[in-house]
Structures are given as structure tokens and as C-alpha cells.
Design a protein around this ligand. Structure first.
Ligand code: TYC
Length: 115
């Protein structure tokens, strides 16, 4: 039904005549980002440097030169963050690295923690 102007309710900009009696609040649409997790490699005395570089290239998509720098940071400092991901991706990276190291009988450790 089309109403004459004098029969319309005193709407403000956000209301309508759809029967919704909800309380109008100033809200942003919910766009909460997922929590992020740091994935770290730990140093050890036995895993070959080239193997660690290969891990960084293969599982983290890092180029050879940067992978070498990160590997040397782990070697010198004891650990380094190699990537930051949502939980399930971080968990998969850790599993992939740990399985790859195990298969090659290297003691390389990869862990994650909430950022
Ligand atoms: N410290 C190892 C070596 O001297 C190299 C290494 C680097 C091992 C990084 C683990 O996450 C690591 N062969």
C-alpha cells in the first residue's frame, strides 16, 4: 500500500516500517580478525644448515637468500619467528616441518605460540 506523506510514521534515517522493534545502537559490523600464531624454528647442534634453509624454502615459501639469513639468525640466537599465521595454518606448518625433519632423522624443532 502506498501511504500519503502525512500518514507515514516519524521515521529517522535508520528505521523503517518493517515491524522490527529492535533497539537501534551504533555498531560496526563484526569483522574480528582471527588470533595469530608465531611459528618458530629452534636451534640445535645437529641439523645441517642446508636442511633448515630447505625447510624455510619449501614450507614457508621463503627465497634462498632470506632463508639463509633466517637460518643463521636461528643458529646464532637460538630461535627465530619464521612466519605468523591463523591457528590451523600455523599448526599445519609445524606438523609438516616436524614430519619432514623426523623422516630425515634430524632433531630440528618447530613450535608455535599465540602472538
Ligand atoms: N646449529 C645448526 C648447525 O650448526 C644449524 C641449525 C640452524 C639448526 C637452525 C637448526 O633451526 C636450526 N648445523
Amino acid at each position: 500500500m502506498i501511504l500519503a506523506p502525512q500518514m507515514m510514521s516519524d521515521n529517522d534515517d535508520r528505521s523503517n516500517d518493517d515491524g522490527d522493534v529492535g533497539l537501534a545502537l551504533k555498531t560496526r559490523p563484526k569483522t574480528k580478525r582471527p588470533p595469530l600464531y608465531k611459528v618458530m624454528l629452534l636451534n640445535d647442534d645437529y641439523t645441517p644448515m642446508e636442511f633448515v634453509v630447505l625447510v624455510l624454502e619449501r614450507f614457508f615459501g621463503i627465497g634462498h637468500a632470506h632463508a639463509t639469513e633466517i637460518m643463521l639468525t636461528v643458529h646464532k640466537k637460538g630461535l627465530a619467528v619464521v612466519g605468523v599465521f591463523p591457528f590451523e595454518i600455523a599448526e599445519t606448518k609445524v606438523q609438516q616441518v616436524m614430519e619432514f625433519a623426523r623422516r630425515h632423522q634430524h632433531p630440528l624443532q618447530c613450535t608455535m605460540e599465540k602472538e
